[in-house]
Design a protein around this ligand. Structure first.
Ligand code: ADP
Ligand code: MG
Length: 243
């Protein structure tokens, strides 16, 4: 399988504090990898390094063969090709849903307003929210806002999607509507790296599970191995607390 994302021996420091230590993994095209681990273990930092939202001091990350840390890499272009969905939806509150969906397409990709609007509505429809195009984010529920955030990312035609705890800020009854959208994406072959503690989703959808602790990748295995046979004490302890 060809690799979409490679993370090779990444270390990162915030000042004197080493937040990532020699992290190595990869995500193949069409693969879904779930990243889990205790709070503060470096999950968000690792995926932010993938689309260059955070710099790293050591190692190499490539996305579709392009080296993220190479000074000659066009970072805005790279970021536009890797969709990112955060815990807090980060929609623009003063813009309508339709405007939220079109802004980056026009500004970053140079699409015409018409084309951007068409694309935005297509994806809004896909997440089941076409009727809400004229509303503002504050008029939607958390689950709906997160689905808009996913539609916004998809409107950029990303080659991979990164999710950072997309359901952690949601009321329980809204979690599934977001996981269902993510499951659909996975089934269509999207390459995905998902930080989540939704182990039901991991069991159903992931190809691989990565477990991080204290800035290190402690486990990186297919999901059958992760949920089944022996794993590190740290991963067992973590799972016993959240399952
Ligand atoms: P996780 O997503 O697994 O909870 P993070 O990647 O957010 O972990 O954080 C890993 C560690 O790095 C934590 O100890 C956190 O306090 C620290 N950290 C995160 N962001 C910064 C920052 N901008 N400056 C300094 N330390 C940070
Ligand atoms: Mg985090």
């Amino acid at each position: 399988m060809s690799q979409m994302i490679t993370i090779d021996n990444i270390s990162k420091w915030y000042g004197d504090f080493q937040v990532l230590t020699d992290c190595t993994t990869s995500v193949a095209k069409g693969e879904v990898v779930v990243v889990c681990g205790p709070s503060g273990s470096g999950k968000s930092t690792l995926i932010k390094c993938v689309n260059a939202l955070e710099p790293f001091q050591k190692g190499v990350i490539t996305v579709d063969g392009v080296s993220v840390g190479d000074p000659s890499t066009d970072l805005p272009k790279l970021r536009s090709r890797v969709g990112m969905v955060f815990q807090h939806f980060e929609l623009f509150p003063h813009l309508s849903i339709a405007e939220n969906l079109t802004l980056a397409q026009v500004k970053v990709l140079g699409r015409s307003m018409d084309e951007a609007r068409q694309k935005g509505l297509l994806y809004l429809d896909r997440v089941g929210l076409k009727a809400h195009a004229a509303k503002f984010p504050g008029q939607l529920s958390g689950g709906q806002q997160q689905r808009v955030a996913i539609a916004r990312a998809l409107s950029m035609d990303p080659i991979a999607m990164l999710f950072d705890e997309p359901t952690s800020a949601l009321d329980p009854e809204m979690i599934n509507e977001v996981l269902d959208v993510m499951t659909g994406l996975a089934q269509e072959g999207m390459t995905m790296m998902c930080v989540t503690h939704e182990m039901g989703f991991a069991r159903r959808v992931a190809n691989r599970v990565i477990f991080m602790d204290k800035g290190q990748i402690v486990e990186d295995c297919d999901k059958e191995a992760f949920f089944g046979s022996p794993r590190s004490e740290r991963a067992q302890l973590f799972l016993s607390k959240i399952l």
